[in-house]
Design a protein. Structure first.
Length: 250
């Protein structure tokens, strides 16, 4: 929705719920655990909050950066993308976390956020500098996003993934959250198809679509209730025919 904006005033602020809705769609909470022989544990831990978009959407990323007051934007010309990164523990703890506690996420991404916050607390307490604390972090990382790489699985064979929190009460309460989420995840389509009953032989179909993982079924049904229209359809894996996603369509 903001892809054509040119940011001329760094003091422009987005509604905080808009920012949360956009993060629900495009934000990422990551924990990096990489080898570093200079450290006593042999491993370096880093937490990051990122939003990655196409270069044409740099304006909205600048607005989010301005609203949060923190973060660095990098251009990746290879993938034609722009990335907003916040990696300072102080900024994560004093800016990103307070924002999302006051204006909470609605998607199941909130579960990643909850576990990610626990890792940041361990880092803040310098527990990542001990093998015992490092194992706690790996146990948490195992339940965040895509889990552990094969390298980490091999290096930490005693890992017991922590139980992933269940996000409930996915009721949409603020229209600004909807605007942010749609800006990140919404799709507006114009479909032209043959129609023998039409005088010109064609018919035009307008569609508004939001697609999400199957785990956010409650939220998708909340869209129907919020707008008072539309329907949620299952998306099937082409090979297994298993239901892997959901599509809200108007």
């Amino acid at each position: 929705m903001y892809s054509s904006l040119v940011v001329v005033n760094s003091k422009i602020k987005l509604d905080p719920y808009f920012v949360t809705g956009f993060i629900d769609g495009e934000g990422s909470f990551t924990i990096s655990v990489q080898k570093n022989q200079k450290l006593q544990t042999g491993w370096e831990v880093q937490a990051k909050f990122t939003i990655k978009l196409h270069q044409k959407d740099k304006a909205i990323l600048e607005l989010i950066q301005s609203t949060l007051g923190e973060g660095i934007i990098f251009n990746d010309n290879t993938t034609k993308s722009v990335i907003l990164i916040v990696s300072s523990i102080n900024y994560l703890q004093n800016v990103i976390i307070p924002h999302l506690l006051k204006y909470p996420l609605l998607t199941q991404k909130k579960a990643d956020f909850i576990l990610w916050v626990k890792v940041i607390e361990l880092i803040k307490n310098k527990e990542h500098l001990t093998l015992k604390g490092l194992q706690k972090i790996v146990n948490l990382k195992a339940s965040i996003n895509w889990g552990l790489t094969d390298v980490l699985k091999s290096a930490f064979p005693n890992t017991i993934p922590v139980k992933r929190p269940q996000v409930e009460n996915q009721v949409i309460k603020d229209p600004n959250w909807i605007a942010g989420f749609v800006s990140a995840e919404g799709c507006f389509m114009v479909k032209i198809k043959s129609n023998s009953k039409s005088k010109i032989g064609y018919s035009i179909e307008l569609r508004f679509i939001i697609t999400q993982h199957i785990r956010d079924e409650q939220l998708m049904n909340s869209l129907v209730l919020y707008f008072g229209c539309g329907k949620v359809y299952p998306k099937l894996d082409k090979q297994s025919k298993q239901k892997v996603g959901l599509e809200y369509t108007v």
